[in-house]
Design a protein around this ligand. Structure first.
Ligand code: NAD
Length: 510
């Protein structure tokens, strides 16, 4: 016992701790519950992250509540300028941010820069808050009566984010909420919180005042406290369907607004007339990039008609992908986030074989000589996959592609619409008529036409359908302004005692 406590104190002094951000200060948690942040390529412990205590959570809410009193009335131009400065700081620190992200999350450095860049675009969007938050006005809705709307900040809002995009997804949440005049509590993934904390530091450097942005860490307990807390008005969640469904129910039962962007099983359809090399390159990148740990990964492909003949070429192209640590040049597939995630993906592959699917490319146990401890899984491909197999029914969230066959586009759309998830999908074709049929009939939020990962730019909102989304308004874009504001509609008539009725009724000749 004594040895254990000595070991744990030696570890805690050698390894940096991830701080909480409360009321503008980065503070050491007093929690007695911590977990390690681990480099998935090496198993090196990079930091320790606390599970914040109830008192720390309450302090974050108190500081956000107090800051709201002045922040809600801070001029739009002041708020907008902070985000102009923030986007500049993120650009200037891109290389450092990407290297933190790759170390703790595993994805390649170019993918890490992409992760940060897609978040940066939302920060740029937040700098447009002036026009985005404007209300509407109709004059003379009755004699001398005008009606107009104002979109006011709600109060304290919260965000709960997943491990797979630890820069982009936190940046989907707090910049737009804060630009609208709200104050915020962010709960990043406990698996890779370090790049998020660096982004929080830069946000303060950009001028976000104390208490306007707070960050707490933890898991189920702190998330439940966020859902239940009477002083939090809205919760934005991105993560798995299981957790998102729980959060949506719990938060809305407590009277909050909630938006939950959740799990996926994204299908691509390939028609025989598609551009062959473009399609295969795109498919392989979208299926295996970021080790399949993207909510928009194309994890199922339906080969329609004679495009089934493309199978050998798809396998051959996949074999060219290189599996290695994310910091190494020319890596295509980095490690998955944890040993547990690796084990789960390998178990699902084994189950797929038992269920009768054909494992035409087995990526288990790839050789990565310089990183023998990494959580690596090479790209794997199954054919003859059918609904009811766990590799099809579950989101694998690893570098595994399931291939199905269909005779017609209509049959392929039926397969997609029968799957519970509706996050993203893509069609590869050169036929406009087929594309039009697809976009009209498929019940999925994000649709790509010859675009494999159609994540919308921030002029639009991320969407999602069926099991992939709860709540009607999506993150960023115009929709999120509605989510993070309360619309007030004012109907006004003004009487001027100094102007007599005769004057008011006189028609002014122009
Ligand atoms: P996750 O649901 O396990 O975790 C997400 C967040 O919820 C984390 O902050 C975590 O601490 C918290 N959490 C975990 N378990 C909890 C519990 N029992 N109760 C309350 N809170 C809990 O998701 P993940 O593994 O970090 O991320 C991968 C998932 O996120 C995948 O399903 C992926 O499809 C999804 N995702 C969806 C989108 C989208 O926009 N639809 C984007 C990215 C990721």
């Amino acid at each position: 016992m004594e040895l254990q406590s000595k070991l744990s104190s030696a570890l805690s002094s050698a390894v940096p701790s991830v701080k909480l951000l409360i009321n503008g200060e980065f503070i050491e948690s007093r929690s007695d519950q911590w977990r390690n942040v681990i480099n998935p390529a090496t198993q090196q412990v990079l930091a320790r992250v606390p599970f914040a205590t109830r008192q720390e959570m309450q302090a974050a809410v108190d500081s956000a509540k107090a800051a709201f009193i002045t922040w809600r009335k801070t001029p739009i131009s002041t708020r907008a300028r902070i985000f102009l400065k923030y986007q500049q700081l993120i650009r200037e620190n891109m290389t450092e941010l990407a290297s933190i992200l790759t170390a703790e999350q595993g994805k390649t450095l170019p993918d890490a820069e992409g992760d940060i860049f897609r978040g940066l675009e939302v920060v740029e969007h937040a700098a447009n808050i002036g026009t985005l938050q404007m209300g509407e006005l109709a004059s003379n809705v009755a004699n001398g009566v005008d009606t107009y709307t104002i979109n006011q900040a709600l109060g304290v809002c919260a965000g709960i984010t997943p491990f797979n995009f630890p820069a982009m997804i936190p940046l989907w949440t707090f910049p737009m909420a804060i630009a609208c005049g709200n104050t915020f509590i962010l709960k990043p993934s406990e698996q890779d919180p370090m790049v998020t904390m660096r982004l929080a530091e830069l946000a303060l450097e950009a001028g976000i005042p104390p208490g306007v942005l707070n960050v707490v860490h933890g898991g189920e307990e702190i998330v439940n406290t966020i859902c239940d807390h009477p002083d939090i008005r809205a919760v934005s969640f991105v993560g798995s369907t299981r957790v998102g469904t729980h959060i949506y129910r719990r938060a809305t039962m407590a009277g909050k607004r909630a938006q939950c962007m959740m799990g996926a099983k994204n299908h691509a359809i390939i028609l025989p007339d598609a551009n062959r090399s473009h399609t295969i390159n795109n498919l392989v990148g979208a299926a295996f990039g970021a080790a399949g740990q993207r909510c928009m990964a194309l994890s199922v492909v339906i080969l329609v008609g004679s495009s089934q003949d493309w199978l050998p070429e798809i396998i051959a192209k996949t074999r060219t992908l290189s599996v290695n640590a994310g910091v190494e040049a020319n890596t295509d597939i980095g490690p998955v986030i944890s040993c547990a995630a690796k084990e789960r993906v390998e178990e699902l592959i084994a189950q797929g074989v038992k269920d009768g699917a054909q494992l035409v490319l087995d990526g288990r146990k790839p050789k990565v000589p310089d990183y023998p401890k990494g959580n690596f899984i090479g790209p794997s491909i199954f054919t003859h996959v059918t609904p009811g197999m766990s590799i099809y029914d579950e989101e694998i969230f690893g570098p595994v592609l399931c291939i199905m066959f269909a005779d017609t586009l209509a049959d392929a759309i039926t397969i997609i619409n029968a799957n519970p998830h509706g996050n993203g999908t893509a069609l590869f074709t050169q036929s406009g008529a087929a594309a039009r049929q697809f976009e009209e009939d498929v019940d999925v939020g994000q649709i790509g036409i010859n675009v494999p990962i159609p994540v919308p730019v921030p002029l639009f909102s991320f969407t999602g359908s069926r099991a992939s989304k709860l709540g009607d308004l999506g993150p960023y874009g115009k929709q999120v302004i509605q989510f993070y504001t309360q619309t007030k509609t004012i109907t006004a008539r003004w009487f001027d005692d100094n102007v007599n009725a005769a004057t008011v009724n006189t028609t002014i000749s122009l």
